[in-house]
Unconditional design. Structure first.
Lengths: 226, 313, 497
């Protein structure tokens, strides 16, 4: 029976939906979390599930070039970028994040609302049969994008903003996978390379900010006005 | 007719007898994980027996609420327990609206308990009541949303219907709506039954008490009733969680062999869930009181997402 | 072939500067490299004029007149700025602006960072102008942002850090939106036959079949691209990073950012506009473009009038000019598109010239506030003063300078096409900017001499200034025929022919 499941398209669809739901829950968890290290780990877990989604889609839809995207995502976003950031956190000796601008229960509720918006947008968008995946994954992708955007505004610490930006890109990756089975390989390569370099560059910037202003709180950087 | 009586009797007996065992098991396992010896698994029975034999002390300032609450709490919880499918998908009682009745009965019990905490006029009681109400203000909606999600999926609020639908559709659990509902319900379970990270009934410190603070003034048989009701409520919520989402081994209809098979599976699943709860308790510290609404906000959001996603699919 | 050579030279320059030990080697590498890039760009223009388009690698690289124009402008700005930066950075070293407490090795390291990142920056700008695949174009634009972040943070002060952070985050968010738009554009084209392979996101293929693309998706895609690439171009309301970045980065980088990078961001926008125009008809995209363009122009007026810092003033002027160019794009038609391309060319020359002059002023007075300079720049630095005044008049659109011609064309396009409100607002905002810049910069340059020291000789900087100023003056009266052919070819591409 297990063998039959491995080839049943409906079952694959269910697995993808399940994983997408997990990814969404992790994104909401990122909104509710206070510890920076937990943020990094949640991001790693989220990217892991994303690469699993990509692999599942590649298997069930016989699209081998997505495997490469899945493996690349695994290497860059699950291994390299979190290691980079954890090293940074250790060097900077960060303590816990202060309260975000909107308090946690309200942020979580707002994220729920944004998920609804994501569903509505995906609904208006989706043409059944184009990618055969169900519009759940696309809805989750758009929600990830919106919630990441909201988190960037909501958080004061630089590293948290960077992680929110990266989770936003995760949403875009999922959107690409669910809309069109991923983009052409060279584009995926380019995007992932950019993500890696962006993580490094932003990491260095965060470190410099911490060194110069003695804090990662970017609301302290407000000397330039007018 | 006779069968219905036997079924009801069996479920009643199971509720009353199994509840303290579950509590005892959780306590023992927790102790073992903390490298203590811990009380025996059957200790809660001994405690209940001892409490029933002791005499009572009732505060002078208490009113009828104080004396009525243990009975109301006990009977409403047992009634709620009779309405959920434990051994087979057929629950013995099916009062006005199934799932709604369960929620309201549990809510009734809690309402009276909170009132009794205030009734005695001590500061601990008031403290416990206000904390309990804070938690339940977020936990109850989450519970309702989760149950409604499951009900919508089954097309009816009758608990038997819900369980039967769960048995018929195997992979329904993989749908995000069900997953979210499960997560929300699990969080509510932790909150309502007084486990770490929400509450720690083992301590009697002002800083950490919620449930214990409300029942601090009870003694003797009343205390026995209240504690028993708390264990039964825990069993009810756990069974709800188990039988709505993992109906493996649940029989659609009552039969002799089916009952034994059902009881066996129920015990196995309760064991598994208790282990999960104990693991959660041991690996986490109790949350500070003002952080609990954050946890429950997550439960609420998950519940609403669950409900909404049944419509968007 | 020339396309690859362009990329190779830039990459080689970056590598050479990275491995160099001495400052003179780095300077020479940059100068020679950018001279080579400029020469190759001119050859490329010749080829494009001869053959129409140049394509390479099975359609991976694609250069038509629009790409060639952008490449030529980028190459010229890079060359002039590399000449200027030699004098500029030497002066910074002497005066200790690089950081008083840095050792010699650390100063060389900082210089190395500048001389390596700038060719890398130019490399990616060239790459994006010739990339056919829209996703690869996006990746190159993101890479230019990443390369320039550390250029903005060159001086390492708290304010530079703040500027670099804002630039990084706002740019990052904007480009994510652009990526989303690109994905949706790919989705819109997914229903075309054989689009699973790389050619699915190729602009040339999409442009041919644009009428068949899915309309709802293209609408959403265009909005996202406008928001995304508009952030990079500095359109309001996503413009807030510009004043900070332009006031904190070293002057040559600012010049490149404000002219070449702006052109490249607009290039990305134009490519999508062509697709959207063919797919949805010009109504919808042009309304959006007019909205953002006029908004940008309007937003910059109060900030120009009430400005205290001349570098931020120039940044707001740059925001205004992106607004003008986007308005021109929105107006469309033969006049609008020609006006856009002319404006792009003239603006590149004038804006980079303005920033170089500002650099001269800043390095002498060591401040970028009007209040502290109090006027009389012309008497202290005659060459800089005159050129600054002239460039300022050019940028606000004073005849006989060339920007007047392009803005006049755009106004004609507005009134001819019935966009009366657009034309009126354009004139109003332009007048506001004119007043602001004249008052502030005129006040700074003219007037009696303050009590400051005399200016020492500055061959590199003044030389590049003179070259650009000469170009500005010449182009006001005469534009070389091949250049004009290139510009009108680019305008034709924008119109969709």
């Amino acid at each position: 029976m297990l063998m039959r499941l491995l080839f049943d398209l409906q079952f694959g669809d269910r697995i993808v939906t399940l994983l997408a739901a997990l990814v969404l829950v992790l994104q909401i968890a990122m909104v509710a979390q206070g510890w920076i290290v937990a943020h990094i780990r949640i991001f790693a877990a989220q990217s892991f599930f994303l690469s699993m989604i990509a692999a599942t889609i590649a298997w069930y839809n016989h699209a081998p070039h997505i495997y490469i995207a899945a493996v690349l995502t695994l290497v860059v976003k699950v291994i390299l970028v979190p290691i980079l950031f954890e090293r940074l956190v250790v060097r900077m000796e960060i303590q816990r994040e202060i309260e975000p601008i909107v308090n946690v229960p309200l942020s979580v509720l707002i994220s729920g609302g944004l998920t609804l918006v994501g569903y509505v947008v995906a609904e208006s968008f989706y043409r059944p049969g184009a990618a055969g995946l169900g519009h759940n994954a696309l809805a989750v992708a758009i929600s990830l994008f919106l919630i990441g955007f909201f988190t960037m505004i909501n958080r004061r610490k630089a590293l948290a903003q960077v992680l929110a930006l990266l989770s936003l890109e995760n949403g875009l990756f999922l959107a690409a996978i669910s809309l069109t089975y991923g983009m052409p390989l060279i584009v995926e390569l380019g995007v992932l390379f950019d993500v890696l370099v962006a993580a490094m560059v932003l990491g260095i910037l965060v470190y410099r900010i911490r060194e110069t202003v003695e804090s990662m709180d970017v609301s302290r950087l407000r000397r330039l006005r007018g | 007719m006779i069968e219905r009586l036997i079924e009801s009797g069996a479920q009643l007996f199971l509720l009353l007898a199994l509840a303290p065992l579950v509590t005892g098991f959780i306590r023992k396992l927790k102790a073992k994980l903390q490298t203590r010896r811990g009380p025996g698994i059957v200790q809660p029975y001994r405690d209940l027996g001892k409490l029933f034999r002791k005499s009572m002390v009732i505060p002078e300032t208490a009113s009828w609420i104080f004396t009525a609450t243990p009975w109301i709490l006990f009977f409403s919880t047992v009634l709620a327990g009779m309405m959920i499918p434990m051994v087979t998908a057929e629950a013995p009682l099916g009062l006005f609206g199934g799932a709604l009745a369960v929620i309201y009965l549990l809510g009734l019990g809690r309402f009276f308990l909170a009132l009794s905490g205030l009734d005695t006029g001590t500061s601990f009681g008031g403290l416990g009541s206000s904390r309990e109400m804070t938690i339940s203000a977020l936990a109850e909606p989450a519970l309702m949303l989760a149950i409604f999600t499951v009900a919508i999926g089954a097309g009816s609020t009758s608990m038997s219907e819900i369980a039967r639908t769960a048995i018929e559709q195997h992979w329904r659990f993989f749908a995000p709506a069900q997953m979210f509902a499960f997560a929300a319900l699990a969080l509510v379970l932790i909150a309502e039954t007084g486990h770490i990270p929400v509450d720690n009934p083992a301590t009697h410190l002002e800083l950490t008490m919620i449930h214990e603070a409300m029942i601090l003034e009870y003694s003797g048989p009343y205390l026995a009733l209240v504690e028993w009701a708390a264990s039964i409520k825990q069993l009810v919520l756990m069974t709800l969680l188990i039988n709505c989402f993992w109906p493996l081994g649940l029989q659609p209809a009552w039969s002799g062999f089916g009952a034994l098979w059902g009881i066996g599976w129920l015990l196995a699943k309760l064991l598994f869930l208790s282990c999960a709860i104990v693991l959660l308790e041991t690996t986490n510290a109790k949350m500070r009181l003002f952080r609990i609404p954050e946890l429950l906000a997550v439960a609420f959001t998950l519940g609403s997402l669950a409900l909404v996603s049944t419509f968007l699919f | 072939m020339l396309l690859i050579v362009l990329l190779l030279i830039s990459a080689a320059t970056a590598a050479a500067s990275f491995f160099a030990r001495r400052r003179t080697v780095m300077e020479a590498a940059n100068l020679v490299g950018f001279a080579g890039v400029f020469a190759v760009a001119v050859f490329l223009v010749a080829q494009v004029l001869a053959h129409g388009t140049v394509s390479l690698g099975n359609g991976f690289f694609y250069a038509d007149s629009l790409s060639a124009l952008v490449i030529l402008l980028t190459a010229s700005v890079a060359l002039v700025c590399s000449t200027y930066s030699i004098g500029y950075l030497r002066d910074d070293e002497r005066s200790g602006a690089l950081g008083d407490d840095l050792s010699d090795a650390e100063q060389i390291a900082q210089l190395r960072m500048y001389y390596t990142l700038t060719p890398l920056f130019v490399f990616f700008m060239m790459f994006l102008s010739m990339a056919n695949n829209l996703g690869v174009m996006w990746a190159a634009i993101e890479a230019t942002t990443l390369a320039s972040i550390f250029l903005v943070n060159f001086y390492g002060r708290v304010t530079s850090l703040e500027a670099a952070w804002k630039y990084a985050i706002i740019g990052g968010v904007g480009l994510s939106m652009a990526l989303f738009g690109t994905i949706i554009a790919y989705y819109a084209g997914h229903s075309l036959a054989g689009s699973d392979a790389i050619s699915g996101l190729n602009w040339s293929v999409l442009a041919q079949h644009a009428a068949q693309l899915d309309k709802t998706s293209m609408r959403l895609a265009f909005i996202l691209i406008l928001l995304g690439y508009g952030t990079k171009a500095g359109l309001a309301p996503m413009h807030t990073w510009k004043p900070d970045a332009y006031s904190q980065a070293p002057i040559p980088s600012t010049a490149i950012l404000s002219s070449a990078m702006l052109n490249c961001a607009l290039y990305g926008l134009i490519r999508f506009y062509i697709l959207a125009g063919r797919c949805l008809g010009v109504e919808y995209p042009s309304h959006l473009l007019l909205l953002f363009g006029l908004l940008s122009m309007g937003v910059s007026v109060p900030f120009v009038l009430a400005q205290k810092n001349y570098r931020r003033l120039l940044a707001y002027s740059s925001i205004e000019h992106s607004g003008i160019m986007v308005t021109a794009l929105g107006l469309g038609g033969p006049l609008g598109t020609l006006g856009l391309m002319l404006h792009m060319t003239y603006h590149t020359i004038a804006k980079s010239l303005l920033f170089l002059c500002a650099g001269n002023v800043q390095q002498h007075y060591r401040t970028d506030m009007f209040g502290e300079i109090k006027g009389g720049v012309m008497r202290v630095m005659p060459l800089t003063g005159v050129v600054f005044l002239m460039a300022m008049l050019a940028v606000v659109g004073m005849p006989p300078f060339s920007l007047f011609q392009s803005e006049f064309l755009i106004l004609r396009a507005a009134f001819d096409g019935g966009h009366v409100l657009t034309g009126v607002l354009f004139i109003l905002f332009g007048t506001g900017i004119f007043a602001g810049m004249l008052i502030h910069i005129g006040g700074m340059i003219l007037g009696p001499r303050g009590d400051t020291a005399a200016v020492e000789r500055r061959p590199w900087r003044n030389g590049s200034l003179l070259a650009l100023a000469a170009a500005l003056v010449v182009i006001a009266f005469w534009i070389p025929a091949p250049l004009f052919q290139l510009i009108s070819g680019a305008a034709q591409v924008v119109r969709g022919q």
